[in-house]
Ligand binder design. Structure first.
Ligand code: NDP
Length: 252
């Protein structure tokens, strides 16, 4: 177990898994700053109802570079010279379509823009703050208390375990977006090894959210409590990996 990160950013935190992650993170009194993002901060009722002076609710639309730049600058003011320890890329969509000739170009582009391209851009733009945090510690040990990018992927991103194709729901575009984001995680982890920034992908399980549906196996609380406890166990051995919420490995 590593010590708590001093600062955490969670994207897409106004509902579902993102909100659940924030509800778990506020229980960790070792964290100094929790930055939870929502597309529309005014409408993030449940997030705004969490009364904790360490919580900062800030706007972010992940597909807008301007929005990301504004967020990075505000987070920089909050964390100061400590930098940012942990970025959780959670915001995501599952584009709906119906016919065998879909997803069409627009649907594929939207799906990949939110779940893949935006994860890459958000992570790149937070790199200076993550690098600052990583440089505060000497040696080669990696952890979320040093600097880490955790991406909420999906088991549907696994190519090895894909035996159902587009069944379950219109999963082709969604599967592609999560396979690609797993490749980002592995590549980013290798590229940033010398900067001592850890990167992993997680599947949260099938969770009762607007995306997962109410028939899903897990409550948000069940999924996010396991996820947060796994975050604190991440180290060099897990760098670049793809895991279930309990840290058992997923096949890419
Ligand atoms: P929800 O649909 O409940 O919530 C999605 C969140 O992402 C919302 O906060 C939403 O904001 C935000 N979001 C969507 N698009 C954007 C955008 N362009 N910019 C900023 N924020 C955006 O989904 P879940 O909580 O279920 O999913 C969270 C993550 O977990 C996703 O990456 C998903 O793929 C993954 N996942 C979920 C599973 C499940 O069973 N639920 C299973 C496997 C993976 P807004 O409220 O403004 O729309």
């Amino acid at each position: 177990m590593s010590p708590s990160p001093l600062s955490v950013v969670v994207t897409g935190a106004n509902r579902g898994i993102g909100l659940g992650l924030v509800q778990q993170l506020v229980k960790d009194k070792g964290i100094k700053h929790i930055i939870a993002t929502a597309r529309d901060v005014e409408k993030a009722t449940e997030l705004n109802a969490i009364k904790d002076p360490r919580l900062h609710v800030l706007p972010l639309t992940v597909t807008s570079d301007k929005s990301i730049d504004t967020l990075v600058s505000k987070v920089g003011e909050i964390v100061g010279s400590d930098g940012l320890n942990l970025l959780v890329n959670n915001a995501g969509i599952a584009v709906k379509y119906g016919s065998k000739t879909e997803p069409n170009r627009a649907q594929l582009t939207e799906q990949l823009d939110v779940n893949t391209v935006s994860v890459v851009i958000v992570s790149q733009k937070f790199l200076p703050l993550l690098t600052t945090a990583a440089s505060k510690v000497s040696g080669d040990a990696l952890s979320v208390s040093r600097a880490a990018v955790v991406t909420i992927s999906s088991g549907l991103g696994s190519i090895t375990e894909n035996t159902t194709g587009s069944a379950l729901f219109d999963a082709l575009a969604y599967r592609m977006s999560k396979s690609a984001v797993n490749q980002f995680t592995r590549t980013f982890a290798i590229d940033l090894k010398d900067e001592h920034i850890l990167a992993v992908s997680f599947c949260p399980g099938w969770v009762q959210t607007d995306m997962g549906g109410q028939q899903a196996q897990l409550t948000v609380e069940q999924s996010t409590s396991e996820l947060v406890s796994s975050f604190n166990k991440l180290g060099n051995e897990q760098n670049g990996g793809y895991f279930r919420r309990d840290l058992t490995p997923f096949q890419f």
